[in-house]
Design a protein around this ligand. Structure first.
Ligand SMILES: Cc1cc2nc3c(=O)[nH]c(=O)nc-3n(C[C@H](O)[C@H](O)[C@H](O)COP(=O)(O)OP(=O)(O)OC[C@H]3O[C@@H](n4cnc5c(N)ncnc54)[C@H](O)[C@@H]3O)c2cc1C
Length: 349
């Protein structure tokens, strides 16, 4: 058993654990760090960013989570980041309206990475259980080299406050172990549901011109995003195909290899309709399907900022499931939770 995080001898301010390095965890972490708190962020993924995800493989770079967002999705408290060099307007070849989208460079996961710059973030650490004793929190964690092969048991703490930003159902599982504290948060997190969705990643060993984005080309596909058209991406033809929620749900039990093959056939037909006449579209150098269990929010918890904090303790929740199901909701919920935690800690001292 080894120990990570928690009291660091000279710390003058409270120690705060944030579970999850997605947008909600990062916006909260940045806010609390700026207020002088000692923040530790633990995330079970191997790269930070959660659903702002990029898979880099075989010289390809696939943004298979959020593909882009709008400037209006950055909350007022963070508006200054829109002038940061890691964010760029995109795409450049569509209408003025569509141009108002933003991507981060060199990858979509660069956005949460940059938000978390300077914070103490540990990836590949799965929080299995939370404990509360003597007015402080401890986390039981497992470090994994892959999801199924635990490497070592660890614990972290003590922490004066904990912010949970995992999707609602995963947050609920963690709060359950803390009962009776957090019972209202548990009730709210348990009612949250998501739609699952497949993203199919297709990469070729050549470059050819193709549209930046194709919307709703078939009933199976919600969106095709051309990775090569994004700034500072590898110069190879590569697509992320976002399957429709309806088709994803119906085909959830299909092996991922089969899903990828079905979608590849559709992609070939669609590209030829768009005049992309290149040999080899049916034989990509890279083909894979990613299944998002918690993709887009269906039922939010509907929590006000005040209700994000437990009334009897210093655990709080944030994430796109709190109120609004997207980039804006995730970032704002993190800032709101951070404010609630800070107020409560200040009132205690
Ligand atoms: C395919 C796809 C397309 C999307 N398209 C758009 C779009 O066009 N526009 C838009 O605004 N939004 C889009 N979204 C939604 C957007 O990505 C999310 O709303 C936002 O990223 C949620 O951020 P979050 O911090 O709340 O959660 P997440 O990003 O899910 O972060 C939660 C983190 O918690 C970690 N975690 C969970 N359990 C544990 C545990 N027990 N221990 C440690 N860590 C744990 C996870 O690893 C994860 O990193 C899309 C999402 C997907 C998947």
């Amino acid at each position: 058993m080894k120990r990570i995080g928690g009291r660091r001898g000279l710390a003058k301010k409270a120690e705060i654990l944030i579970i999850g390095s997605g947008l909600a965890g990062m916006s909260a972490g940045q806010f609390l760090n700026a207020s002088g708190y000692q923040v530790t962020i633990l995330d079970k993924g191997f790269r930070c960013g959660g659903r702002y995800a990029t898979r880099r493989i075989d010289d390809f770079s696939f943004d298979h989570g959020t593909p882009y967002f709008k400037p209006s999705q950055i909350p007022g408290d963070l508006k200054n980041i829109l002038s940061e060099p890691y964010l760029k307007g995109w795409p450049e070849d569509l209408s003025e309206n569509a141009k108002a989208s933003i991507v981060s460079i060199p990858a979509m996961r660069s956005f949460p990475e940059e938000l978390g710059r300077g914070l103490d973030i540990r990836q590949g650490i799965h929080v299995e259980k939370l404990n509360f004793r003597d007015d402080v929190f401890f986390a039981e964690t497992v470090e994994t080299s892959s999801k199924d092969t635990p490497m070592s048991d660890e614990f972290s703490g003590p922490f004066d406050a904990v912010l949970l930003t995992a999707p609602g159902p995963q947050t609920a599982d963690l709060i359950e172990g803390l009962l009776p504290i957090g019972s209202d948060l548990l009730k709210a997190a348990r009612k949250v549901t998501y739609t699952p969705q497949f993203s199919v990643l297709v990469g070729y060993d050549f470059l050819s011109d193709a549209p930046s984005i194709i919307h709703n080309p078939t009933s199976k596909i919600a969106k095709i995003v051309n990775q090569a058209k994004k700034p500072e991406r590898p110069e190879k033809l590569a697509f992320v195909v976002f399957c429709s929620p309806e088709w994803s749900l119906k085909n959830l039990d299909k092996p991922k290899g089969e899903v990828a093959e079905i979608i590849l056939k559709d992609l070939e037909n669609i590209l030829s309709e768009y005049g992309v006449a290149v040999d080899g579209l049916g034989d990509p150098a890279y083909l894979a399907a990613h299944s998002w269990r918690y993709c887009r929010l269906k039922n939010p918890a509907g929590l006000s900022p005040e209700a994000q904090l437990d009334s009897t303790s210093t655990i709080a929740v944030a994430g796109d499931w709190i109120m609004l199901p997207d980039t804006y909701g995730a970032l704002l919920s993190g800032i709101n939770a951070a404010r609630q935690i800070e107020t409560k800690l200040n009132n205690r001292s």
